[in-house]
Design a binder for this molecule. Structure first.
Ligand code: 5AD
Ligand code: SF4
Length: 349
């Protein structure tokens, strides 16, 4: 066995790797053994089901100024919109009607300004659809997180973006890595299923940094793990930068599956934007979640975190109708249930 195969076998067997071993796999020219090992561990721990989560991008307003993101406050060329509660509820009804078990409400960070409206919205969605509710609305204070939990929210996504404090500080004019991690701990304390993740291919990010990112996910015991390539966005300070590659992203996803075992890992949109076939490859390299976009088309066109995001979106109905066949071709089945992080046996499809 060569060194790469040995490290893959160790990861598959034990779920543990030292940082230097992670870096060795990330640097290897051929990631195929790694991806096959991740696919086996995925089958063993979370089964053949690919959980579907319906995504609604509820607002493109953001108070923050993250250097990589097209929705940053300083981007005056970004189109801004806010869906009304009725529009959001209508999308949630469509998600329910399509048979999906989870709605994800994502938006720029708006703080407490809209909290009252949000609480009412969460209560209405729960009462009228009984969907599992995931929120992805950035950093809020403890009281706001608690109120959202009490209103019926089940999960919260908050990527830490990078575990390197210097890179974090350079790319986030406001907010600190320490506060971001504190938010994640609070969310866990409140009983949210918690999602996090990071960007791959940020300027100055090394493979050592990515190994630290992966280990941090494990240390925080994150339930849902979203990672994607950084894609340079015009009208941002990082316009024209190279960005992350498909191959490195797939290796990272595979390593995350090997080292975290039973987590939920989406085949993220950013990967599909770089290469349409890459999301299927991600499902064969450890991923087990897809997040079809239910944002109304007019608004979705304005939700440009990075270029190509909205443009590449396939017609939703065609996408959903094709899913069972597309997934069957790779030995998988769509999951319409809530898809919590529990053993494959306990989760109802
Ligand atoms: N390329 C890829 N992903 C991005 N995000 C923000 N900007 C970009 C970009 N330029 C990701 C961040 C954020 C998520 C909603 O989108 O990781 O958490
Ligand atoms: Fe706002 Fe999120 Fe974009 Fe940062 S990454 S500018 S918080 S939408």
């Amino acid at each position: 066995m060569n060194v790469i195969d040995e490290i893959c076998a160790k990861a598959e067997r034990s779920g543990e790797l030292a940082p230097a071993e992670i870096v060795e796999l990330l640097a290897a020219a051929d990631g195929s053994a790694l991806m096959l090992a991740a696919d086996r561990v995925r089958q063993l721990y979370v089964g053949a089901t690919v959980w579907l989560r319906g995504l609604i991008e509820i607002s493109s307003y953001c108070r923050r100024n993250c250097c990589y993101c097209g929705l940053r406050r300083g981007n005056s060329s970004a189109a801004r919109y806010r869906l009304t509660p009725d529009e959001i509820l209508e999308c949630a009804q469509q998600i329910k009607a399509a048979g999906l078990g989870t709605v994800v409400l994502q938006g720029g960070e708006e703080g407490d300004a809209r909290l009252g409206e949000l609480l009412e919205l969460v209560r209405r969605i729960k009462a009228e659809t009984d969907l599992t509710i995931t929120l992805s609305l950035g950093e809020l204070d403890f009281a706001a997180y608690r109120a959202l939990k009490d209103a019926g929210a089940d999960r919260y996504l908050l990527r830490f973006e990078t575990s390197n404090p210097k890179i974090y500080a350079a790319l986030h004019p406001e907010g600190t890595l320490a506060n971001r991690l504190e938010c994640l701990r609070r969310l866990k304390t409140l009983g949210f299923e918690t999602g996090s993740g990071f960007l791959i291919g940020l300027p100055a990010q090394t493979l050592d940094d990515i190994a630290a990112d992966i280990r941090l996910l494990k240390e925080l015991d994150i339930d849902m793990i979203g990672v994607g390539p950084f894609i340079a966005c015009p009208d941002t300070p990082l316009a024209g930068e190279p960005g992350g590659s498909v191959e490195l992203t797939l290796k990272v996803m595979a390593l995350i599956r090997l080292l975290t075992r039973d987590t939920n890992i989406p085949a993220t949109t950013a990967l599909g934007v770089l290469e349409p076939a890459a999301r299927r490859r991600a499902l064969q390299a450890g991923c087990n979640v897809l997040m079809p976009v239910f944002t109304p088309q007019t608004a979705a066109a304005s939700y440009q975190i990075y270029p190509g995001k909205a443009a590449r979106r396939r017609e939703l109905e065609t996408e959903l109708a094709a899913l069972p066949t597309d997934l069957a071709a790779i030995g998988r089945v769509p999951g319409y249930g809530p898809g919590f992080r529990i053993s494959a046996m306990q989760n109802e499809r």
